[in-house]
Design a protein around this ligand. Structure first.
Ligand code: SF4
Ligand code: F3S
Length: 434
């Protein structure tokens, strides 16, 4: 699986569907009868990673011609016209809207079935299909699919289609079912969760704030997260719901992309730097202790050194707790790909290195403020860096490595003793709940 949480969630459905067919997961590509790639095409890097994996799969298929290779996801949808000519050894290809058909084809062993299915007409929400969840205490819940925005750099609207909201009753029913199954933390997923509900028919029309309140009312759900909100649609009712719902976590991922209003306009983000900064401070005023993370792009066409400096200043001004930084990469079929004034690669590289330094410095300073305090942590398993420690996440979405005796899925209090720019370190105090 490549790409965002939406894609990872799609993979859970793909797995669920294959399990319904009696297929099991194989951990070695050599042993698998069917190889399924769920691809992303947001930037060049995932494209390249996928191409490398596919080359490996091709070699395996040459040795074992009965192996079925299936390619799904956003890259498949974006490349639908040329996929089979570039990769003639691919047996089945499908866009994100065609996942419901996958079981039918692979059930037939990938033989004598249509070689490709794309298009966005038959999209179905994840919760209605069989699903294989990776974690028993955390779950993604899809609230909408597609996106109606027109950000100049983004391929997502053309591969995921127009925005469609799931009926609120269906969302709450899924959250209730998950709570009964032992899930304690849910992440509501949509390309732009803050425009949720606008397309619903009047009998069920609602907004994202109301949806948060309805999910908060479900017994057993102790943490609610959501991603991603678009800053342009972040309205007062959502801020109020976040502040008033005890299970909504004190963390928001708010993608800034650029600190230059001029570049934001060229990106068609439809907010200015000033409006973003105001929104960030309103959120921090309304929600005590709120952590803010963001996405930043450097090297968008036309970005000057002054524009870049504005991004640097905005990072310092807002004080992001963490940030994903990206070098702009032109995507065929997007407006920005054909814009004049593309920024040279060496300039982009230099800017991203400088930006990462600033982001890390700000994040480290923010994390240091937690030292000496106590954080509620949802335990996820052993630490990735030191197996004698446990790893979990605070409500503010920071990873904590800590000494303790809890089990995955427990909520525990951890005394924070140290911080890096990305993680906290500490010791478990006592279990809050079993
Ligand atoms: Fe892409 Fe913009 Fe939609 Fe996000 S809001 S998915 S960046 S078009
Ligand atoms: Fe996600 Fe990549 Fe598609 S980020 S929506 S999997 S292009």
């Amino acid at each position: 699986t490549f790409g965002c949480q939406m894609n990872a969630h799609d993979s859970e459905r793909i797995k669920g569907m294959l399990e319904e067919l009696g297929l099991g997961e194989s951990h070695e590509q050599e042993d698998a009868d069917i190889l399924v790639f769920n691809t992303c095409t947001i930037r060049e890097k995932p494209d390249q990673r996928f191409a490398a994996h596919l080359a490996q799969a091709r070699a395996l298929k040459e040795r074992d011609p009965d192996k079925v290779i299936a390619v799904g996801g956003c890259y498949a949808e974006a490349q639908r016209e040329r996929l089979f000519s570039v990769y003639p050894f691919v047996d089945v290809a499908f866009g994100p809207g065609s996942i419901p058909h996958l079981g039918d084809w692979l059930g037939a062993g990938g033989v004598g079935v249509p070689r490709g299915s794309f298009g966005l007409e038959e999209r179905e929400f994840a919760g209605r299909l069989p699903m294989h969840r990776e974690r028993r205490f955390q779950a993604w819940v899809q609230v909408s699919m597609g996106c109606n925005s027109k950000c100049a750099y983004c391929i997502v609207p053309s591969v995921r289609g127009r925005e469609q909201s799931r009926r609120p009753g269906d969302v709450v029913a899924e959250v209730t079912r998950l709570a009964h199954e032992g899930v304690r933390e849910i992440t509501l997923l949509g390309q732009n969760v803050n425009s949720y509900g606008r397309d619903l028919l009047p009998d069920v029309r609602t907004d994202f704030g109301e949806l948060l309140r309805a999910c908060d009312a479900v017994e057993g759900i102790e943490r609610i997260r959501f991603t991603s909100p678009h800053p342009k649609d972040f309205r007062a009712p959502v801020v109020a719901a976040m502040a008033e719902c005890p299970s909504v976590c004190e963390h928001t991922h708010l993608p800034l992309q650029s600190g230059s209003s001029r570049i934001l306009k060229a990106m068609r983000r439809t907010y200015s730097r000033e409006r973003f900064v105001r929104l960030a401070s309103e959120l921090r005023e309304a929600i005590a202790d709120l952590a803010l993370s963001t996405d930043l792009i450097v090297g968008f066409p036309g970005e000057t050194e002054d524009d870049f400096q504005e991004t640097v200043e905005a990072v310092k001004e807002v004080g992001f707790d963490s940030a994903f930084t990206f070098v702009f990469s032109p995507r065929n079929g997007t407006e920005a790909a054909t814009m004049a004034d593309q920024v040279p690669e060496d300039v982009k590289r230099d800017r991203i290195e400088r930006l990462i330094d600033v982001v890390q410095g700000v994040a480290h300073e923010r994390n240091l403020r937690r030292v000496g305090g106590v954080e509620e942590v949802l335990v996820e398993g052993p630490s990735r860096t030191d197996p004698t420690l446990l790893r979990g996440r605070t409500r503010r979405n920071t990873t904590v490595n800590f000494a303790g005796t809890a089990a995955a899925g427990d909520l525990v209090d951890v005394a924070i003793e140290g911080a890096t720019s990305t993680t906290l370190r500490g010791s478990q105090l006592a279990a809050v709940a079993a």
